[in-house]
Write a protein that binds this ligand. Structure first.
Ligand code: G1P
Length: 296
């Protein structure tokens, strides 16, 4: 039997410079997608996949994120008193079991690989997931759950993968495919943020990973890579000859909420998926499009 994946690492130490000035005082992960903070989508996805321990890699200025996970007895009491039971249920769905969350501070911004490495003592010697909350994935079956099911068959290391436009490869980790088996590919190389000329394919790594603990050991000695940072991609690539690396083409739509355009698109898509919002939103979008078309 393969060991179950029950721990997930959430790197949330980034400065969020692309969302300044908002991120001057609000951590990016707390920014609201419809009515839930970005990070809640990742937590819900992790829970659905059977994750029991949530490890946040934070940094200075992220205390609002820690507060968000506290229970709010005064608010709950008030909602109960006023009979606002739906809001109460919604609020309670965000409560985390005591001891399920750990925070680890990344003292220096040395890159994603370094952030994940900060969790090494909490992970120990078991497989674990990494989720980048910027990548929001809307899917019938949550992406991490799809991956864990696939991982239970293959073992090794697994990264979520998606085809991206050729001219965008320099934004992603890119896979060099050994064998394409449809939803799954085996990998013979990985490059972090290659130029169009150097990209071995247009199959990009998206922010969901299931990793063998050996990757943490590799991170002990990985040298600075693309962008002068310690890259998770480089530590995973070292396992190609070891525990093996697979890309998993998930079923679902991914939004890059690390960018303004992606965040806006996600807001519209998630708004349209909500019964209480979709009619008004659709009408509004229609009228905007009409005005836009008339102006052209
Ligand atoms: C990170 C990873 C990259 C991956 C991307 C997915 O980059 O380093 O390999 O493709 O997430 O969103 P970042 O976007 O943090 O620069």
């Amino acid at each position: 039997m393969r060991r179950k994946v029950t721990k997930a690492v959430f790197p949330v130490a980034g400065l969020g410079t692309r969302f300044l000035p908002a991120t001057k005082s609000v951590p990016k992960e707390i920014m609201t997608l419809v009515d839930r903070p970005l990070v809640q989508y990742a937590i819900d996805e992790a829970r659905a996949a059977g994750i029991k321990e949530f490890i946040f890699i934070t940094s200075r200025g992220k205390s609002a994120l820690e507060d968000y996970f506290d229970e709010s007895p005064i608010l709950e009491r008030e909602l109960r008193k006023k009979g606002k039971l739906e809001a109460l249920e919604d609020l309670k769905s965000t409560n985390m079991e005591s001891g399920a969350i750990a925070y680890m501070r990344q003292h220096k911004a040395l890159g994603l690989g370094h952030a994940v490495w900060c969790a090494r003592r909490l992970i120990g010697d078991e497989p674990f997931a990494v989720m980048l909350p910027d990548d929001v994935i809307s899917a019938e079956k949550p992406c991490l759950q799809q991956m864990i099911e696939a991982y239970e068959e293959t073992g090794g290391n697994m990264v979520a993968a998606m085809e991206v436009p050729r001219d965008k490869t320099s934004n992603y980790g890119i896979l060099d495919v050994k064998e394409d088996m449809g939803s799954m590919v085996s990998v013979k190389g990985m490059v972090e943020k290659p130029s169009v000329e150097d990209a071995p394919s247009n199959l990009a790594v998206i922010g969901r990973y299931i990793l063998h603990p050996q990757v943490l050991k590799n991170l002990n000695k990985v040298k600075t890579g693309a962008g002068g940072e310690i890259q998770l991609t480089d530590a995973i690539a070292q396992e190609i000859e070891g525990t093996g690396v697979y890309g998993y083409r998930f079923r679902g739509q991914r939004f890059d909420c690390g960018s303004k355009a992606g965040f806006l698109q996600a807001t519209v898509a998630f708004g349209l998926a909500r019964d209480d919002l979709k009619d008004d939103l659709r009408k509004f979008l229609h009228s905007v499009m009409q005005i836009d078309n008339a102006a052209e």
